[in-house]
Write a protein that binds this ligand. Structure first.
Ligand code: UN1
Length: 513
């Protein structure tokens, strides 16, 4: 471990049971992969090493798959409310660990402490939701057209589910998937991002304790490994009927195609390019706060981050001045320090991507109104940036995972809605307005084309109770609340004939006599 590790960092790792070098494969027991490469996890705050993970071997992959499959055979026979009881205990464990686990998220990924803890809260909320759901996996009853027949549908567990997550929500997105899958009767294999392996290890440690208490090892499993040993095999493995993946559109295309080739299922939650429209009558104080959190929160590394704003021309100039002033008062620094609003980007690659994008912005004629630079020092810090943009700038159609906000002016609401929809991604969108007409236009069928559409709330920070996901290149998947659970089960339509006749549907006659 590095000597830059502070006392607090060591306490966090100790409390979460993270060893200096952890193994990258677990099914309840950790599996050693001797000879495999070791992955170092670094703090983006100061570049110091936090810990190491030995990547899973091909043999470890096989063992985890086998164990997860065996556990499924048993787990699917448990009544769902009993499975819910396990999730209730998992939620309680997470309540106890909210502070250290939140701090580890901050340490490894770089989001500020309050957001790190907020992410653990999102896991706890998911646990509560899943416990209730375990008694509500409802199916419909249909009216049969034939006398003496009953028709209904029921939902059965699917099998082993692969959960591939991104660095930016290293624990919450796992919970969206794994907790729902678990009450549905599935077992899961968590493949966290290589940029945040230690949070994955910490989550697995919590799961291990709870699985042992309930004698259900193998329900929650973990694999951190190379593309050859873990990534590709998981995508191609017919023993894994569903892969739920979060990440870039590029990654989603590869995973989607791979899983489709074997006719498996996917739930894809990919890139966003989220916009906020501010109408002339909007409450501008609220709009300012919504935009600030949306654009600067998590250092612009949420899939729901606000990347574009459309300001009505009558309020644009004054509002931009207020934005610049607000940007200049944002405290940037150690995410674990009190009072910080913005931490570092996740790593050097992310900084390079940001710096390159800024160059392209300048080349394409964007006017940098605020920021536009990397900050000096060892950490991966950049300035939050405001760009006066024009519709000809191709880069405004891309998702750059950094705190860069493109500002557009508009005069007609319909044009603004068209422009906000005119990107490949379709995740989140908002309008700030007091006008009923504007709000309803935005929410209508010719309004926002995104999976999430908000009024007087920013684009990020969704609650878990709704189904989360987006359209177009965002991938179409839905996770977390509402009826997203249906994606983790198989539907069975059952027709029972309790009469003594054999009528056929659609009035078809087929008699032998
Ligand atoms: C993500 O960035 O992948 O709505 C998830 C939000 C969070 C989840 C973001 N609840 O911003």
């Amino acid at each position: 471990m590095s000597d830059t590790m502070t006392g607090e960092a060591l306490d966090i790792l100790g409390e979460l049971g993270i060893r200096p070098t952890s193994e990258g494969a677990c099914w309840g027991e950790w599996i050693a992969s001797p000879g495999e490469d070791v992955l170092s996890s670094h703090s983006p705050n100061d570049g110091g090493e936090i810990g190491k993970v030995r990547l899973a071997s091909a043999a470890a992959y096989e063992e985890v798959l086998r164990r997860a499959g065996e556990a499924f055979e048993k787990w699917r026979t448990w009544p769902a409310p009993r499975r819910g009881e396990v999730i209730r205990c998992l939620g309680n464990e997470l309540r106890k660990l909210k502070k250290p686990l939140g701090a580890l998220v901050s340490l490894e990924m770089g989001k500020i402490r309050s957001e790190g803890e907020g992410e653990v809260q999102e896991m706890i909320d998911m646990a509560d939701f899943a416990v209730g759901l375990s008694r509500q996996l409802y199916g419909l009853t249909m009216q049969s057209e034939r006398p003496g027949h009953r028709m209904y549908e029921q939902w059965h567990p699917l099998g082993v589910v692969g959960v591939i997550t991104a660095f930016n929500f290293p624990v919450a997105v796992w919970a969206w998937n794994a907790m729902i899958a678990a009450v549905c009767g599935d077992t899961t294999i968590f493949k966290p991002s290589h940029r945040t392996p230690l949070t994955g290890i910490a989550v697995q440690n919590v799961c291990n304790r709870v699985m042992d208490e309930h004698d259900c090892r193998g329900v929650f499993n973990l694999l951190i490994g190379s593309r050859a040993n873990v990534g590709d095999p998981l995508v191609n493995d017919r023993r894994v009927p569903l892969i739920s993946a979060t990440g870039s559109c590029r990654m989603g295309r590869a995973i989607g195609a791979g899983v489709a080739k074997r006719l498996g299922r996917t739930i894809l939650e990919l890139g966003g390019n989220n916009a906020i429209i501010v109408t002339p009558d909007a409450d501008l104080d609220m709009a300012l706060r919504g935009i600030l959190f949306g654009a600067v929160g998590t250092a612009g590394q949420r899939c729901t981050t606000t990347r574009r704003i459309f300001l009505h021309e009558s309020i644009a100039a004054g509002f931009i001045d207020r934005l610049k002033k607000a940007y200049s008062s944002i405290r940037i620094g150690d995410p674990l320090e009190d009072g910080m609003l913005m931490g570092p980007l996740v790593d050097e690659d992310a900084v390079t991507e940001c710096v390159n994008a800024l160059e392209v912005i300048r080349r394409q004629g964007g006017e940098i109104l605020y920021g536009g630079n990397r900050l000096p020092g060892n950490g991966c810090f950049v300035e939050p940036t405001l760009v006066m943009a024009h519709t000809g700038m191709a880069i405004t159609k891309d998702e750059t995972f950094a705190p860069i906000l493109y500002i557009f002016e508009y005069s007609d609401l319909e044009d603004a809605i068209r422009a906000q929809n005119d990107v490949d991604q379709g995740l989140s969108s908002s309008i700030f307005t007091k006008s009923f007409h504007a709000a309803e236009t935005f929410l209508s069928a010719r309004g926002s084309d995104c999976g999430i559409a908000n009024v007087n709330i920013g684009t990020s920070g969704a609650e878990i109770g709704g189904a989360f996901g987006g359209e177009k290149d965002t991938g179409g998947g839905r996770e977390a609340g509402s009826d997203a659970w249906k994606g983790y089960m198989r539907r069975q339509t059952c027709t029972l004939n309790w009469s003594t006749e054999m009528p056929l549907a659609q009035g078809v006659e087929f008699d032998v006599s």
